[in-house]
Design a protein. Structure first.
Ligand code: ADP
Ligand code: MG
Length: 679
């Protein structure tokens, strides 16, 4: 029978329309998808306890004969119970099953089975509530799969077993040279052993190989995109004096800022399109680098555009750039979604005519009818908030644009390599002088009143503060809005009667948000109650306290970003985290934030705890989902995979050759997932 790995999952015995739909929910459409649905863990059936020795309170496997099956006992509607007595040479045990008529019916009195579960009862009378049942000839390590409602591990493993028996020898997607050089087991061995391992060692080797493979193809995919970008030539920019720019600044740039600016200018003069990431902790002054790059480009006769993830941030950048660059003859413009159609039309006309040199905006810039006369430089702020596609979409409005992206999210180096594998990196590792360290405290809500007094004292001195509440911004329900809105109103009527309180959240109309932000900047609003919309980039040096309610609802990096909203001037600043969480892990996490202001350390800690998906917000990094690799903890495999991918691309940049067919297919699939095309 012709059997292909891309055969529809419904081809398997027992998988009809209904189960097919359940499999689709897990992203499984073909036999290959199923084989790549790896177990989360295994149930160890290799250590069998005597009933007498099995310790109460621990999860064990026993081998026992069924002696007696009790009848069905109805506890209440929808809940029935079966008790089964079983024994081995050392003693007896009671097994309790709920709603498991078929399981119990299948047990034969007098036959032996493996039962797995937590030993309950007492030393004298042991029991297992809801044991898993395995036949005696089970593999020693029984897989446990990620599930969806309606699919059980038993169904999945039966389907996997059938697929494996039909499939014959599975074709090897990794180039054989890589396999050899990195001493990895073959695909066929690895897939069989990840599902039904012969031994613990075989499972570990299989897992490592599959992690390697996943990271290898990811590196290869990103590497092949990079190769394509480097191939283009552009007219080099001409060096010109930056003295007018530097001498008009209200402050002395830091060395790190100067170096980053030099990097970008060198890139733009190189004859290849710049592709650079400026990575710097919150408050390190990345905007200045953007301003310098734009200035350099515009004085060279090109247009520049800068995209920010929120209207608030775009407006702020517009004001900054206006202040820095307008006196130097640069015409700065702002385009956002909330402008009137007439204003937009007019602005677009100017842009196309080349009457705007630096165009700042939100993703409104990406709409089709936004056209430039001569766009040569594209800057993206808070890059991790945009997908790979959005980042490239703006650049496509010019020809072979220079690309500069900025991110305040400090990412561990290895992860940066994966995500930004196609970017050069400048790190701003120095804060402007005179910054006061931000003191951070973790308190329970019993001390909230004191915290509010503390804030009040600062407001009375003419300073400002933020209070942030967590809020689910997804979904259509506006129920989630109530906390922040209600809280603002509550504060205005109680603790902060007579003070000017503002409210800011993601569901407000853009113009409204801008007005609130402008009033806060101008000092008219003293206390801003907000959701995480203030998280990125907002810069109000007079705001010196950040209080976060329910701090345990946020990721560490996110809290670090929030904290970065204060401490931006020379006045000592404070960050107060309120949490009543009793979970020791949560408390440890929040305490870590109190102990350090090093964004890099925090990011690594966060990454370890939460994994990259959560770390960036779901899938915001634009990477395809990893099935088995953990970008945070599989660092050594990642490095090996990356090295192998780079070497292969050097020798065979287009992955030519018939033996590379499967490799090419894997790369194409991945690039497809992130919206890129292969070489
Ligand atoms: P971020 O890197 O977080 O985007 P910004 O560019 O918003 O930081 O800069 C933060 C604040 O620091 C701004 O108010 C900016 O004017 C100020 N700033 C930037 N560079 C310097 C410097 N070299 N000396 C003093 N202040 C600076
Ligand atoms: Mg910024």
């Amino acid at each position: 029978m012709a059997f292909q790995l891309d055969t529809d999952i419904r081809f398997l015995k027992g998988v009809g329309e209904r189960r097919g739909i359940l499999y689709h929910k897990l992203g499984i459409y073909t036999i290959e998808d199923l084989l790549r649905h790896y177990p989360r863990r295994y149930i160890d059936l290799s250590h069998i306890y005597d009933i007498k020795e099995a310790p109460v309170g621990t999860v064990c496997t026993i081998r026992a004969r069924v002696d007696f099956k009790g009848g069905e006992q109805r506890i209440r509607k929808g809940l029935s119970l079966f008790k089964v007595q079983a024994s081995d040479e050392t003693g007896g045990i009671t097994l309790t099953f709920f709603n498991a008529k078929y399981t119990v019916e299948a047990l034969k009195v007098g036959s032996e089975y493996l039962f797995h579960g937590r030993i309950g009862g007492s030393f004298l009378h042991k029991e297992i509530s809801v044991p898993s049942v395995y036949p005696l000839d089970s593999t020693q390590f029984s897989p446990v799969y990620p599930l969806t409602a309606g699919l059980t591990t038993k169904m999945i493993s039966a389907n996997v077993r059938q697929a494996l028996s039909l499939a014959g020898s599975l074709p090897e997607p990794l180039p054989l040279a890589v396999l050899k050089a990195c001493k990895l087991p073959e695909y066929d061995f690895s897939v069989r052993n990840i599902h039904f391992p012969q031994s613990e060692e075989a499972a570990a080797a299989a897992r490592r190989r599959l992690i390697f493979e996943e990271l290898f193809f990811l590196s290869l995919a990103l590497g092949s995109v990079r190769g394509r970008k480097e191939a283009v030539n552009v007219t080099p920019m001409q060096p010109l004096s930056m003295v007018p720019f530097y001498s008009s600044l209200p402050f002395e740039p830091t060395n790190a800022q100067r170096n980053a600016i030099d990097d970008t200018i060198k890139d733009m003069c190189s004859g290849k399109p710049m592709n650079r990431l400026i990575q710097g902790d919150v408050g390190s002054g990345k905007t200045l680098v953007a301003a310098a790059a734009a200035y350099f480009m515009i004085k060279n006769g090109g247009q520049a555009s800068m995209m920010a993830p929120t209207e608030i941030l775009a407006a702020q950048h517009y004001n900054t750039m206006q202040k820095l660059l307008a006196p130097l003859g640069v015409r700065v413009g702002l385009l956002t979604g909330s402008m009137t159609p007439a204003a937009k039309r007019n602005f677009k006309k100017q842009l196309l005519a080349g009457e705007v040199d630096l165009c700042i905006g939100t993703h409104a810039l990406l709409t089709g009818d936004v056209e430039f006369k001569n766009l040569r430089l594209v800057i993206t702020d808070e890059q991790h908030r945009f997908g790979v596609n959005q980042r490239t979409a703006l650049a496509q409005k010019g020809q072979n644009c220079h690309v500069l992206v900025m991110s305040a999210t400090p990412i561990p180096r290895t992860l940066a390599l994966i995500i930004y594998g196609d970017l050069d990196l400048s790190v701003i590792d120095e804060l402007p002088p005179g910054r006061q360290p931000i003191a951070t405290y973790l308190i329970g809500s019993s001390k909230r009143a004191r915290a509010m007094n503390f804030i009040k004292k600062h407001l009375d001195q003419g300073l400002q503060a933020y209070i942030v509440c967590p809020l689910v911004e997804q979904g259509e329900t506006d129920l989630g809005l109530k906390p922040a809105a209600d809280y603002a109103e509550h504060l205005a009527n109680t603790d902060f009667k007579g003070y000017n309180i503002g409210l800011l959240h993601g569901k407000m109309r853009p113009a409204e948000k801008e007005r609130v932000m402008a009033e806060f900047k101008a000092g008219q609003i003293q206390l801003l109650v907000s959701t995480t919309v203030v998280e990125v980039g907002v810069d109000v040096p007079n705001a010196v306290i950040m209080l976060v309610e329910d701090a345990d609802h946020f990721g560490l990096s996110q809290l670090h970003q929030l904290r970065g909203r204060v401490g931006r001037g020379s006045i000592p600043s404070h960050c107060i985290l309120i949490s009543d969480s009793q979970n020791p892990e949560t408390t440890a996490r929040l305490k870590a934030l109190c102990d350090t202001t090093d964004g890099f350390k925090i990011a690594e800690y966060d990454l370890k705890l939460r994994g990259p998906g959560d770390f960036f917000g779901s899938r915001q990094h634009g990477l395809p989902e990893m099935k088995i690799a953990d970008l945070a903890s599989d660092m050594d495999v990642l490095q090996a995979a990356q090295k192998a991918a780079t070497q292969l691309l050097e020798q065979n940049p287009h992955l030519d050759g018939t033996d590379m067919e499967l490799t090419r297919k894997m790369v194409a699939k991945l690039l497809n997932a992130v919206g890129e095309r292969p070489n």
